[in-house]
Write a protein that binds this ligand. Structure first.
Ligand code: ADP
Ligand code: ZN
Ligand code: ZN
Length: 700
């Protein structure tokens, strides 16, 4: 029985045990209930809330309720199908709720697999595994020396040093493993993981995406598992069915599985013996959740590692500037891999200045020649397109009309297929609005409507005309909408059944194409001039990553970037594969104007029917601290900017505006936000405005 539990004196009937229960409802605070028997914090309960029954989690065991005891309801049931959630998990969700300014219940419950938070969900039938704490740890030592046969690799001195530093860490240390693609970072993760497993501890291995790289999962299984331990590895990502997700979650939280390979959501999984956290491609924006609890799984990984006193490894060829800055000021320990692991040269990067060139459907003669040459040598070619800059809109050739979404301030984009079948239609990428392509211009009636800009589909068509012998395949969000189709397409490329691959961001990630000799990059410039201050950083990372696909195995790889702005620092750094130079330049620039990582930000976004309602709400929200300055002791250290309309103001008939608050002190900003978020929530209710607060926003 928990020592905090004090039965009430007044109770005339049976003894009551008072509980603070977290519920997944958009209201702050915990809700008082009582149970007839003692209940530990971290236990799930079924309660009546309003007219509904819900699953809640006991967050607090209390001596007395906050409201008069006669108004407190009993819980309908205490669920004992699982042991209570462990303390360290409770600390993690409490921290996340506080840091990201969300009600605890909206963090705790969504962190569980769906069936554990539905009243009619999990019954525990056949899945009972006993309390995590009682599992005998001595039985779980993993004989990793069987597994080593799958790893004939002799670490080079830099890799060996990195593995030594990670496995030799006393308590917590965050490491930044920095090395270009192919420098052998994965090899370092594997060795460090094997060491930790051999000590009887668990490993959390986070990757930005799993669906796209099944080979990676296979090689991890082969390396870290062995014949006696088929269940050693558990995998978690949002693409799993509820049942699969629950099973993986149970196996890892009971300590039966020893390695968790997962996407961002896996950071919230209880792991009784967690001994190492790896965050691969730590700069990837997929680690940031974009709705609900807008957390950074990378940042929570660092917090969790610190809380548990275990090492955390952040790996990247192009670390985020936040992480790089932390390494520069010795908050993180930098481990560098400066060479490609195999005797393969880095690809040669060429910039093609397109200012005075006649392009043919977006291709420079240089790029077309290079494609021809590579195909003649039986090598593969990747044509990479930055989707953002290349959205094909339909326009009228005589009056300039452009296809626009009637519900948003955005253009609708031409799509030529749907679900794998040919089907011309227009679609809004913000709200999903669909429409047929008009036969004639709605403004002037002219029939000469044409796509403007080039999407991946049009590139594919032109390439097919120029290179009729080549087998061309396109990989983007459209061509891979069907489940399993991405895997199938990638498998074709790996099997050498594709000569030219046309693709977007999806192809840049994680793949190791043995025969790829040339990467051509079209229209990267669009991203250079995006309003977002992180755009150049993202462009650099993306181009480094896609360049890393070329020449990984044999021969000299080549990257051709077409640009109107070859003198830009981003491109000059890419020429030399010079991440450090780029980072130094960018950090100086950020410091001069006081942007992250030299400032900490939070963004309040409001949605209303009319923009002026949203803006009026934000103005009032910005003024809240002035009406009660005593509640905002750090407000002097926090800058509140003016509300601004969003770039895409209108989405699905609501209009949006945002307000940025900023401080050069994280604690000052946090103290401010704690009071402000509660005041803002109350104000939003009065104004009937929907809003959300995002701490450490990635896009502003
Ligand atoms: P990264 O994760 O940095 O992109 P990988 O770990 O995938 O790099 O390594 C790239 C390639 O080099 C892989 O095929 C890997 O097997 C190989 N490799 C890694 N380390 C070594 C080494 N020490 N000796 C030989 N080959 C290595
Ligand atoms: Zn027209
Ligand atoms: Zn729209």
């Amino acid at each position: 029985m928990n020592a905090d539990v004090v039965p009430t004196q007044e109770s005339t009937e049976a003894t009551r045990y008072w509980l603070g229960v977290a519920l997944d409802v958009p209201l702050p605070g915990l809700f008082d209930y009582y149970a007839p028997t003692p209940v530990d914090a971290g236990t799930r309960v079924i309660v009546s809330f309003g007219r509904r029954q819900m699953i809640g989690m006991v967050a607090q065991v209390k001596a007395a309720p906050d409201i008069p005891p006669e108004g407190v309801k009993a819980v309908d049931a205490v669920l004992d199908d699982l042991p209570p959630m462990p303390d360290d998990w409770m600390r993690l969700v409490v921290f996340a709720a506080r840091y990201y300014q969300r009600p605890l219940g909206e963090v705790m419950l969504p962190a569980l697999p769906v069936s554990l938070r539905k009243v009619t969900g999990y019954t525990g039938k056949g899945a009972r595994g006993g309390p995590v704490a009682r599992v005998d740890k001595s039985k779980r030592k993993v004989a990793v020396v069987d597994a080593a046969s799958a790893a004939p690799v002799q670490l080079n001195p830099e890799q060996a040093h990195a593995v030594q530093a990670i496995t030799g860490a006393q308590g917590h240390q965050t490491f930044l493993l920095h090395g270009v693609t192919g420098s052998g970072k994965t090899e370092v993760y594997m060795h460090a993981a094997q060491h930790v497993l051999a000590q009887g501890r668990q490993v959390l291995f986070m990757v930005p995406e799993i669906n796209l790289t099944p080979q990676f999962e296979q090689s991890l299984r082969a390396r870290l598992g062995n014949a006696d331990q088929p269940g050693l590895l558990a995998v978690l990502h949002s693409g799993l069915a509820d049942g699969e997700r629950l099973r993986a979650w149970l196996r890892i939280s009971r300590g039966q599985a020893r390695v968790l390979l997962g996407t961002r959501l896996s950071i919230m999984t209880p792991m009784p013996d967690l001994g190492l956290i790896i965050v691969d491609e730590e700069h990837d924006t997929s680690y940031k959740q974009q709705d609900g609890l807008r957390y950074s799984a990378r940042d929570l990984a660092v917090w969790r590692g610190h809380d548990l006193q275990v090492p955390v490894v952040l790996g990247s060829a192009t670390p985020s500037l936040e992480t790089w800055h932390n390494a520069q000021r010795d908050h993180y320990q930098l481990l560098s891999l400066t060479q490609r692991a195999r005797a393969v040269q880095l690809p040669q990067v060429r910039l093609v200045d397109t200012r005075r060139l006649a392009l043919e459907h977006g291709f420079s003669p240089q790029l077309l020649d290079a494609v021809k040459a590579r195909l003649a040598q039986q090598e593969q070619v990747l044509i990479f397109l930055n989707r953002r800059g290349y959205a094909p809109v339909v326009s009228c050739n005589s009056c300039g009309w452009v296809s626009q979404c009637p519900r948003c301030t955005a253009y609708t984009i031409l799509h030529r297929t749907q679900g794998g079948r040919a089907h011309n239609h227009l679609q809004c990428h913000h709200c999903g609005y669909h429409a047929a392509v008009p036969r004639r211009c709605p403004d002037c009636g002219d029939q000469d409507l044409r796509p403007m800009g080039r999407g991946t589909q049009r590139l594919e068509e032109h390439l097919a005309e120029w290179f009729p012998q080549a087998r061309i395949s396109r990989i983007d969000a459209d061509s891979t909408r069907l489940k399993g189709s991405a895997e199938a397409l990638f498998a074709q490329v790996h099997a050498g059944e594709v000569d030219i691959l046309v693709g977007t961001q999806m192809v840049a990630k994680g793949h190791d194409f043995a025969k790829l000799g040339l990467v051509g990059v079209l229209n990267a410039d669009a991203m250079l001039f995006a309003q977002d201050f992180r755009a150049p950083e993202r462009l650099f990372a993306q181009l480094m990553q896609v360049a890393g696909r070329a020449g990984r195995h044999a021969g000299a790889g080549e990257v051709i970037i077409q640009t109107d702005y070859p003198e830009q620092p981003v491109y000059q750094a890419l020429l030399k594969h010079d991440y450090q130079g780029f980072a130094r330049y960018s950090l100086e620039e950020r410091k001069a104007v006081g942007l992250p990582p030299f400032a900490y930000q939070a963004l309040l976004t409001a949605e209303a029917r009319a923009l002026k309602t949203a803006v009026a709400f934000l103005s009032e929200a910005a003024a809240l601290p002035d009406t009660a300055p005593e509640l905002y002791p750090t407000s002097d250290a926090v800058t509140r900017y003016d509300p601004v309309p969003l770039r895409v103001v209108r989405v699905a008939n609501t209009e949006r505006a945002q307000l940025l608050v900023e401080s050069d002190s994280r604690p000052a900003l946090q103290a401010f936000l704690t009071t402000w978020s509660a005041d803002v929530a109350a104000l939003a209710t009065r104004h009937r405005v929907r809003c959300h607060l995002e701490v450490d926003p990635l896009e502003i």
